[in-house]
Design a protein around this ligand. Sequence first.
Ligand code: NIG
Ligand code: FE
Length: 438
Amino acid sequence: MREAAGSGLLVEGASEVVTMAGGLRRGTTQGDPAALRASELGPLAVALFDGLVAAVGPAAEVRARLGAMGLDPDALGRLDARGGTVTPGLIDPHTHLLFAGTREGELRMRQDGADYLAILRAGGGILSTVRATRKASEEALEAHGRRWLREMLASGVTTVEAKSGYGLDVDTELRLLRVAGRLGTEGPVEVVPTWLGAHAVPPEHRDAADPPASYLGSLLRDQLPQVARQGIARFCDVFCERGVFEVQHAKRLLVAARETGMDLRLHADELRDSGGAALAAELGARSADHLAAIPDAGIEALGRAADDGRPVVATVLPATTFYLRKERVAPARALIDRGVPVAVGTDFNPGTSPTASLPLALSMACVTLGLSASEALAAATIQSAHAVGLGESHGALEAGRVGDLVVWDVATHELIPYWIGTRLARSVMKRGRVVVGD
Ligand code: NIG
Ligand code: FE
């Protein structure tokens, strides 16, 4: 028998184990959580060993499987799920984790009729956060990031995509990506860093004849080579929106970023139909995000990409449309019905979505976008794993995947989005180690 104590854990006593086995979901399968129920199968167990899932299923089978692997089940650490629900660790596929300052005053401006993009054009919005972030020290940004990652972890999130984008100059963008990388290395939350240098046109380029083109030149010349050389961003993202970066700008930058080895994602069709979803499909991006204003042609482009076996995950962000007080929300139902895999994220940021709670975003996805609880949970596990390029290793409880899981204080996963705004994650495990709870 191999020495099991210390690096192994047996989670027993769950009412339900949501495995999300079977890979990326499309269409009706988005609603299949591949759940095991103790009421049907008898006692259940999940075994973690060496940071990975070793076995999942009826407890007797899991024990036999461990034995076949040369492990003594009784030598593993034990965690009693006490009738709770076990799911894969949640993955937040879209956050602007790192910034300085807050923008609570913008809600009042919007209540008084101001438009989000008009606030930005006037030098506020994203640009006011850029001013504060440029002045912030690396230590301050790190402390901020650590605080909010801790909050996310407590709500069951074990992996987070984190964008730069509040620097918009070489030094600050690199600083943000360095901090994101360091926080991920420190753990326990895993961080997937995204370079979003093209988040807005900074003041240095505002007086140019063509401001977006002028800043794009500097992105290609100054930022991209350094980000690429340092290898500190897994993804390149662009705020592709009419009046910010048009499709032709986004395309030039994304194609150049891809040549350096980065994967692609886009802020697409958030406020107006801007051609972003179609561009994401054309370029084979991992995900197209927001989509509250996606046209039918955009849904069709994403549908065809999925049909062709190169799916772009549609990452919807219901907390953002809520906080921006938008009536028009992402057509998540139509996307799922067209066979497009849908993920849900928080869009955590100081301007349009000041919430770190992915469970809250899941409740909103159910109430405002019409997802079922099972679809929403898939959207925050296996679908979001694919959206951040971790679809083969994260997002499901299957042997060989990372041992990231949550024990929820409810008897079935349908109650996770049901108890709106409630902390239900009782224990959280990251790579097989208990990082929250008992
Ligand atoms: O995803 N829309 C662009 N970016 C962010 C908002 C950033 C901000 O307002 O600070 C978003 O909503
Ligand atoms: Fe965003």
